[in-house]
Design a protein. Structure first.
Length: 127
């Protein structure tokens, strides 16, 4: 098994509780989250654009360029880590919900002998 670098590990991987993950999921599902995502993309674009605004004829151009490039990389890395962490927690919550559902169905089946039946797929007419 390949270990992930600390920088690749989702933020708060073992610290966010299930209720907090539900709240995070509600936030992601809200219309305002699309605005938040748009703002994050604008932050990244602004950081990259600051490099293009430099005049190559300025004194210490190379130093300024390297500083702005590092800043842009840091901003992009941070936003990407936040996105990946949010996605991780949402997917983890969905996986937990599926396991809980399966466990509940198994408990009902064991206790009462009631088994769930998967709905049949509808066949298309004319085939």
């Amino acid at each position: 098994m390949v270990e992930k670098k600390a920088s690749e590990t989702p933020l708060l991987m073992d610290e966010i509780t299930a209720p907090e993950k539900v709240m995070l999921g509600m936030t992601v599902g809200s219309p305002g989250f699309k605005v938040y995502t748009k703002i994050c993309e604008a932050v990244c674009a602004r950081a990259v654009a600051s490099m293009a605004k430099l005049d190559p004829e300025e004194p210490e151009y190379d130093h300024k360029l390297s500083v702005r490039a590092q800043h842009a990389r840091t901003v992009n890395w941070t936003i990407d880590l936040i996105r990946k962490s949010v996605n991780y927690h949402i997917q983890d919550l969905q996986a937990q919900a599926e396991v809980t559902k399966d466990e509940a169905e198994a408990a009902v089946a064991k206790t009462f002998g009631i088994h769930t039946i998967k709905p049949k797929e509808k066949k298309e007419e004319g085939k």
